[in-house]
Design a protein around this ligand. Structure first.
Ligand SMILES: NC(=O)c1ccc[n+]([C@@H]2O[C@H](COP(=O)([O-])OP(=O)(O)OC[C@H]3O[C@@H](n4cnc5c(N)ncnc54)[C@H](O)[C@@H]3O)[C@@H](O)[C@H]2O)c1
Length: 259
């Protein structure tokens, strides 16, 4: 059967492109034919992410901090100058912050997490939406988390920030009423990644590593997710296969939030 989720010629801007999920998504979108604008504040890892793309892929890397409005305007301009359009925007950069109960959580870190995870997503929407609305087409996918749907211990800022991303997603989808611009978010669960390891270790400082059986015991799929499995849902939402999908929060969590 032919692959129905093709993105040939589409221009996809991906933030957090140097991270585990961002890199997997850049790779999958490029394999499906998209032209890539990879954005991250980590210039070195960003180059690595681009280097591993299929030989025929068209891609540029733009180093930017998503909390800085002028740098966001720069990556939007770079995408428009190079490719003339933005069809897909994966608004994905995020940080976990400290792994600490609220009573010990520093205000500075709380603000930093909201700055990257909420203000960064807001600024991305603010600067990409005008281009998409002008074209009257586009698909935006924000990265929330299952931490945006349920409470999780010792990540209060992260949990608050991801709840906010789901709210921003719905708000932006409504702003696009009557247009061909769609806005959704993905809510990954426990993905095999640096960020998950940091959270698990942060909850068990100085102790022996938590056995995998315990980590996955509340996940019906009985395993961690793969970054590539998040990328697959992003590619679906980016494509015309999701033409009637907007304002949604898609869980990619092996059933964790169903329990
Ligand atoms: N890993 C998981 O289990 C998991 C689960 C649910 C949601 N998420 C979300 O998925 C997204 C990607 O996470 P990941 O696991 O790939 O993490 P990661 O740490 O591997 O990647 C995050 C990337 O974002 C970049 N970044 C951070 N702050 C930035 C800033 N201010 N400006 C530009 N780039 C910045 C980092 O340099 C990094 O490359 C995040 O939004 C995260 O909250 C992850």
């Amino acid at each position: 059967m032919p692959d129905r989720i093709r993105l040939d010629g589409r221009v996809a801007v991906v933030t957090g492109a140097a991270g585990v999920i961002g890199t997997a998504t850049v790779k999958l979108l490029a394999e499906r034919g998209a032209r890539i604008v990879a954005v991250d504040r980590n210039a070195e890892l960003l180059q690595d992410a681009i280097r591993d793309l299929p030989a025929q892929a068209e891609a540029i890397a733009v180093t930017a901090d998503v909390t800085q409005e002028d740098e966001i305007a720069d990556y939007v301009r770079a995408a428009m100058d190079k490719f003339g359009a933005i069809d897909v925007f994966y608004n994905n950069a995020g940080i976990e912050g400290d792994i600490t109960p609220i009573v010990r959580y520093s205000l500075e870190t709380f603000r930093r997490v909201l700055d990257v995870n909420v203000v960064g997503v807001f600024l991305g929407l603010k600067h990409v939406l005008p281009a998409m609305l002008k074209q009257n087409r586009g698909s935006i996918i924000n990265t929330a988390s299952i931490a945006g749907l349920i409470g999780s211990p010792e990540i209060p800022a992260y949990t608050a920030s991801k709840h906010a991303v789901i709210g921003l997603t719905k708000s932006a989808a409504i702003d696009c009423t009557g247009t061909n611009v769609r806005v959704n978010c993905v809510c990954p669960g426990l993905i095999d990644s640096r960020m998950l390891s940091a959270i698990i270790e942060g909850r068990n400082p100085g102790n022996a590593p938590v056995p995998n059986d315990r980590i996955v015991e509340r996940i019906p799929a009985r395993r961690l997710g793969l970054a590539s499995e998040v990328a697959s849902v992003v590619a679906f939402l980016a494509s015309d296969e999701a033409s009637y999908v907007t304002g949604s929060a898609y869980t990619v969590d092996g059933g964790r939030t169903a329990t």
